[in-house]
Design a protein around this ligand. Structure first.
Ligand code: NDP
Length: 481
C-alpha cells in the first residue's frame, strides 16, 4: 500500500494500493476498451454526465477540501479556493466542448472550390494525466475535464504525496458514470508515472518539475507519444511608478505566500521601480508580517523542500542580502514563516531557481524597461504580474511568460476561458480554455467532392492547357502588386 501522511501532524492521511507495470498496463487496456463507448455518447451525452459530476463535487466540496488539507497540510480555506477553481474548469470544459471541438465546414477558396472542407476534432483515445502534490485537485482536474469532454478516457497518476485526493476524484466520477472505467487512477512513485508514459496511451499531460518533465518527454519519445508539459516557474511581479502601492503589496503577499509559496505560478521575485520601492517594501513587510505560521501559512508538504528553501535563504544572506522579514530563523520544519529578502544578487539561487516556499525577493530597478529585462532573465516563463496604469498592459505583453495578470496576481488560473501554460523551461502546450480542449483532440481534415473539377490539376489526366490556365489564374489572383 501507498500511505500518505499529513505533513503538519505526521498522521496517516490516505492509503491506496500501489500499482506496478502490469497494473498500469491493465488500467490502460481497460481504458482502451472504455473510451469508444464514452466517445459514442457525443458532446451532449458527455456534457450531461460531466455536469452531474460537477454538481456532486460542488455538493461535497468540504469533503474534497478535507482530503486535500489532510494530504498537503494546506489551510481549509486554501483547499476550498482550489476546489472551487477546479469545479469552475470542469463546468467550462463540459459546456464548451461542442462549440470548440464540434464538426464544422471550412470555406473553400477558388482553387479546389469543387470540394467541401470538413474539420472535426477526434479524441486520442486514452490520455495519461500525471499530477503534482501542490494543487492535487486543480492541476489534474484541468486536463481531466478537457480530456473527458473531448471524448477520451483518462488514467491518472497522482503524486505519491496526494494519492487519496486523486482516488476521491476517480471514485466520485464512477458514481455518475458507473458503466465503464472512463476515469481510473494508478498509484505509486515515479516508476508508475514512467510506466504510464510507456503504456500506449495516446497522449500524456504532465504537471510537475522541469527535471521530471525531461524524463517524461524522453520516455514518451520512444513511442512518439505527444505530451503537454506544465512545469515549474520563477514568476516575477513588476511594480511600475503609477501603481496602486497598497493593492500591489496585498497582491504580492497573496501571490507569493498562498499555499505557503508552493505554487507553480507563485510570485517569487518583485522588481519595483525606484520612486515607489521604499513604500512598496514597507507595505509588503506590514502585510506579510500579519500572517501566522500554522494558521495562514501551512506546512511545507514535501519534507525535502524545506532544505531547498533554507539553502536559498542562507545563500542569499551569505551573499549580502538583507531579510526585512523572516530569514534563516523563519525555517521551522515542518513550516517556513514569511520571509522578505532585499538586495539579493541576481545570479543567486533565490532569484534564479524555483524556491517553492513563502519567500519573496524585492529588487529596486530604475524603470519598467529594467524590470522587464530582469524579469525575463531566467530560463522559466510560466506566469507573471504587473501593477501600474498607463504602461501596464504593454509591460505584460513584453514579459517572457505564458500568462500575466495586470493589477492582480495568479488570476489567470481561475479564468476558465483562458489557456494556461508556459514557455521555455516552464513547458509547452496549454490546459484550460479552448486551447486546452484542443490539446486533447486531434484535428481531422476531410474533403468531400461536390462537383467535377473546373481546373483538374491534381490528376495525371490534366492537359498542358489546364496547367497553363492554372498559372494564369494564380498570376491573376496573386501576382499583382
Ligand atoms: P515532480 O516532477 O517531482 O512530480 C510530478 C509527478 O511526476 C508526480 O506524480 C511524480 O510521482 C511523477 N514522476 C516522478 N518521476 C517520474 C518519471 N520518471 N516519469 C513519470 N512521472 C514521474 O513534481 P512535484 O510533484 O514535486 O510538483 C512540484 C513541481 O510541479 C514544481 O516544479 C511546480 O512548479 C510544478 N507545477 C507546475 C504547474 C504548472 O501548471 N505549470 C502546476 C503545479 C506544479 P511521485 O510523486 O511519486 O514522485
Amino acid at each position: 500500500m501507498l500511505v500518505s501522511t499529513n505533513p503538519g501532524t505526521g498522521d496517516e492521511a490516505g492509503r491506496v494500493p500501489v500499482a506496478d507495470e502490469s497494473t498500469v498496463a491493465e488500467a490502460v487496456r481497460r481504458a482502451l476498451d472504455a473510451w469508444p463507448w464514452w466517445a459514442s455518447l457525443g458532446f451532449d451525452g458527455r456534457r450531461h454526465r460531466l455536469l452531474r459530476w460537477r454538481t456532486l463535487l460542488a455538493e461535497r466540496v468540504e469533503e474534497l477540501a478535507a482530503w486535500t488539507t489532510a494530504e498537503t497540510g494546506k489551510p481549509e480555506a486554501e483547499a476550498l479556493v482550489e476546489a472551487a477553481a477546479g469545479i469552475e474548469h470542469l463546468d467550462w470544459a463540459a459546456r464548451n466542448a461542442r462549440r470548440v471541438l464540434g464538426p464544422r465546414r471550412t470555406r473553400s477558396r477558388l482553387l479546389l472550390i469543387e470540394h467541401a472542407g470538413h474539420l472535426e476534432y477526434q479524441p486520442y483515445g486514452v490520455v495519461g494525466v500525471i499530477g503534482p502534490w501542490n494543487y492535487p485537485i486543480l492541476t489534474p482536474l484541468g486536463p481531466i475535464a478537457a480530456a473527458l469532454s473531448a471524448g477520451n478516457a483518462v488514467v491518472l497518476k497522482p503524486s505519491e504525496y496526494t494519492p487519496a485526493v486523486g482516488q476521491w476524484l476517480v471514485d466520485t466520477f464512477a458514481e455518475v458514470v458507473p458503466e465503464r472505467p472512463v476515469l481510473q487512477a494508478v498509484h505509486g512513485l515515479g516508476d508508475v508515472g514512467a510506466a504510464l508514459c510507456r503504456s500506449g496511451v495516446g497522449k500524456v499531460a504532465f504537471t510537475g518539475s522541469t527535471a521530471t518533465a525531461k524524463k517524461v518527454m524522453a520516455a514518451c519519445a520512444e513511442t512518439l507519444t505527444p505530451v503537454v508539459i506544465e512545469a515549474g516557474g520563477k514568476d516575477a511581479l513588476v511594480v511600475d511608478a503609477d501603481a496602486d502601492i497598497d493593492a500591489a503589496a496585498e497582491a504580492a503577499v497573496w501571490g507569493s505566500m498562498t499555499n505557503a509559496g508552493q505554487t507553480c505560478i507563485g510570485i517569487e521575485r518583485v522588481y519595483a521601480v525606484a520612486p515607489v520601492y521604499d513604500r512598496f517594501v514597507e507595505a509588503v513587510v506590514t502585510k506579510a508580517g500579519r500572517l501566522r505560521l500554522g494558521e495562514d501559512i501551512g506546512p511545507i508538504t514535501m519534507p525535502g523542500q524545506v532544505d531547498v528553501i533554507r539553502r536559498h535563504i542562507d545563500d542569499a544572506l551569505a551573499r549580502g542580502a538583507r531579510a526585512v522579514l523572516g530569514g534563516a530563523e523563519a525555517v521551522r520544519p515542518p513550516g517556513v514563516a514569511p520571509t522578505i529578502l532585499l538586495d539579493v544578487p541576481e545570479d543567486s539561487a533565490a532569484v534564479r531557481e524555483e524556491t517553492f516556499g513563502p519567500t519573496l525577493t524585492i529588487t529596486r530597478v530604475a524603470d519598467a524597461d529594467e524590470a522587464v529585462a530582469r524579469a525575463n532573465a531566467t530560463p522559466y516563463g510560466l506566469g507573471g504580474a504587473v501593477f501600474g496604469k498607463a504602461g501596464a498592459v504593454r509591460i505584460a505583453r513584453r514579459m517572457h511568460a505564458g500568462m500575466v495578470a495586470v493589477n492582480s496576481t495568479l488570476t489567470f488560473v481561475g479564468m476558465a476561458a483562458l489557456p494556461f501554460g508556459g514557455v521555455g523551461d516552464s513547458g509547452f502546450g496549454r490546459i484550460h480554455g479552448a486551447d486546452g480542449l484542443r490539446e486533447f483532440a486531434r484535428a481531422k481534415a476531410i474533403t468531400v467532392r461536390r462537383a467535377p473539377s473546373l481546373l483538374p490539376t491534381m490528376t495525371f489526366e490534366r492537359t498542358p492547357a489546364q496547367i497553363a490556365r492554372l498559372v494564369k489564374t494564380i498570376r491573376f489572383r496573386y501576382g499583382r502588386r
